[in-house]
Design a protein around this ligand. Structure first.
Ligand code: B1M
Length: 577
């Protein structure tokens, strides 16, 4: 009790940034988490006990799936078989009922992605056990889907989540992988005769590739429904660009569960026609262009919001740096919990706060991710290449030079806002003064080496949480590495963060200067990635540029780093891509 009191006192004033916590505070925080986890498992056991003792067998089988647990599962499956139930009937009966309930609970915000993955793991374990007693001809399949990430795109994590959800809800999924050209999809269609084709992609460019792919599929005479998904896609783009290009039904799935719902509706004769009708556009999509709008150059050539009369900071050196970042744990301190636990693992609400309040869901997720980290620590590598370049700006042009050179190595042509503050990235480079130029840093970081294979292996073995967790950890480690390196670059520029700066402040970039990535709203032209490749040669850290200007491996980030204190995030609007 006394220890509890002193812990409470220590926890009351604990700083958010762990580096500012005393040894005692850190120990108290740890104890706090451990207590929350122990509490969680104590209550979980109770739940399982109640299930085992009081609940009828069919319901118990469904509960294994809903709760995502395998303890006692095989024993109960055997009991059910002992009652004379055919393996296929067990799958289609209580187990599928469990998965349906999982879907319902997820849609009602009662389950999170991490829990759905654990349910899928239980389902996979059950089906794997029953398969040995099934006839070859027995099939529990509700339909077949060919799934692929489009040409030029390396996005794997979203597509794989869809595969896991569909597979464990009774669908046969042929996952063709990433960077899949239309020809390969057409071949797969002929070979597998699927009921639907699912396309995935991360970037706007990939959404445009979907338009082209849809057109090629149409030309090959394919008419089955298509499902499309991805972060840069919208229902409107699907309806107005992809569907007309295909001429048949194209359904937008905002997440994996929506993909499942749409597949279920398509495979159900009672709902199929309505779904097809609602997702088919008229017109043939001809003339769909990859040009969104062509940007006009505004009359303003410098934003009045950005100061030009500041002293030019000096940089340490202009050498190209290629590094294996040794301290993975340190970089993990820069992972944004909102992204890792929230966006990717599905936790709703303030994860850190809920963890501190001993919320059992937060504690379990934290513990499970710690397991993933333990494994990742054995093989995950963070590699970085970066360099400061001399820079000069003129209007929207930004020129980069080799040290002291007169002729630029390259001139970027950025977009300028056509209203408001008329911002343009080139304004953030100070005019040369007294023979001295300003600088800009170019950066590429990756944490993706070996991730795809490891994640694929875990997925094939039915460890879905680990499979998804590894990919999520890798992509957020890439982002964290960029944050970590950016801090180091600020130090090299001579303006380290004040000691009182917290990680939360870093995540909202409350430091001097900003990091901009090609493809983001201030510099949307992805083709400029090719220039980065010429100047920085990131192949040396194992990152290749695809024909869609994406970085392979997926868990990679590129950026331009400016030091100007007036830097802000802004959008220049759509441009030619
Ligand atoms: Co970046 N990124 N990113 N990024 N990223 C976006 C997509 C962006 C919109 C941000 C922005 O501008 N505001 C922007 C794209 C804009 C554009 O295209 N011009 C962008 C950019 C530009 C980039 C880089 C190019 C930046 C750079 O470094 N120069 C770079 C590219 C990476 C590369 O080349 N390898 C990059 C990097 C990254 C990280 C690695 C740091 C990270 C991971 C990316 C990833 O997911 N692979 C990342 C993240 C996290 C994002 C945001 C914030 C979130 C993406 C996400 O949720 N991924 C995103 C902005 C945003 O959306 N708010 C952004 C998780 C994934 C599970 O979700 O892919 O949507 P998602 O999959 C879902 C659904 O879409 C659906 O189900 C899946 C599971 O629920 N679904 C289907 C998908 N496919 C389906 C198929 C189906 C059915 C459903 O068929 C049956």
């Amino acid at each position: 009790m006394a220890a509890d009191h002193s812990n409470a006192r220590l926890l009351r004033d604990v700083p958010a940034d762990w580096r500012k916590q005393s040894k005692e505070q850190r120990a108290a925080v740890n104890q706090h988490y451990i207590a929350a986890i122990a509490e969680h498992f104590r209550t979980t056991k109770k739940k399982e006990k109640a299930r085992a003792a009081d609940v009828p067998l069919e319901e118990r089988l469904a509960n294994y799936i809903i709760e995502g647990t395998r303890d006692g599962l095989v024993e109960d499956l055997e009991k059910k078989r002992g009652e004379g139930a055919a393996p296929l009937d067990i799958v289609n009966g209580p187990l599928m009922a469990g998965m349906a309930e999982v879907g319902r609970l997820f849609n009602a915000n009662e389950l999170i992605v991490a829990e759905v993955l654990q349910s899928a793991e239980a389902m996979k374990a059950a089906v794997s056990h029953l398969e040995q007693f099934m006839e070859k001809a027995d099939t529990a399949k509700r339909g077949k889907v060919v799934l692929a990430t489009v040409k030029g795109d390396v996005h794997d994590i979203g597509k794989n989540l869809v595969e896991i959800i569909l597979k464990n809800n009774g669908y046969d999924v042929v996952n063709l992988g990433i960077k899949v050209p239309p020809e390969e999809l057409i071949k797969a269609y002929q070979e597998h005769k699927p009921d639907a084709i699912g396309l995935s992609g991360l970037l706007v460019k990939s959404a445009q590739q979907m338009v082209i792919t849809a057109n090629d599929l149409k030309d090959a005479g394919i008419e089955i429904p298509m499902l499309v998904g991805g972060a840069a896609l919208s229902a409107k783009f699907t309806q107005t660009k992809i569907a007309p290009s295909y001429g048949k039904a194209v359904c937008y799935a905002k997440d994996a569960m929506t993909g499942l719902r749409l597949m279920n509706e398509l495979m159900d004769p009672a709902t199929r026609e309505t779904v097809l009708r609602n997702h088919t556009a008229s017109g043939n999509g001809a003339g769909v262009s990859t040009i969104v709008t062509v940007q006009e150059i505004p009359a303003v050539t410098r934003s009045p919001r950005v100061r030009a009369d500041l002293p030019i900071p000096t940089v340490k050196d202009l050498d190209r740096k290629v590094r294996l970042v040794p301290d993975l744990r340190e970089v993990w301190g820069y992972v944004n919990p909102f992204m890792l636990y929230g966006r990717h693992m599905g936790f709703r609400g303030d994860f850190e706060k809920r963890l501190a309040e001993r919320d059992p869901k937060a504690a379990e997720l934290f513990e499970n991710m710690e397991e993933v980290k333990k494994e990742a620590a054995e093989f995950m590598k963070i590699r970085a290449v970066w360099q400061f370049f001399e820079a000069e700006a003129e209007g929207e042009a930004l020129r980069l030079f080799a040290p002291g050179a007169k002729v630029p190595l390259h001139t970027f042509q950025f977009g300028r806002q056509r209203m408001g503050d008329f911002l343009c990235l080139s304004d953030y480079v100070l005019p040369a003064r007294d023979g001295k130029r300003d600088h800009l840093a170019l950066v590429v970081v990756t944490a993706g080496e070996g991730i795809r294979n490891r994640s694929e292996k875990a997925k094939n073995e039915g460890y879905y949480f680990k499979s998804h967790g590894l990919q999520a950890l890798a992509i957020e480690t890439a982002e964290a590495s960029a944050e970590w390196l950016h801090r180091r670059i600020r130090e090299d520029w001579g303006f380290p963060d004040p000691p009182e700066m917290t990680m939360a402040q870093r995540f909202t970039s409350r430091y001097r200067g900003k990091r901009y990535s090609f493809g983001y709203p201030a510099c949307p032209n992805l083709k400029d990635q090719a220039v980065l490749w010429k100047l920085l040669r990131p192949e040396e850290i194992g990152v290749q540029l695809t024909e869609g200007f994406m970085m392979d491996p997926e868990a990679s980030v590129s950026a331009l780093v400016f030091h100007h204190p007036d830097c802000t995030y802004f959008s220049v609007g759509d441009i030619e891509t």
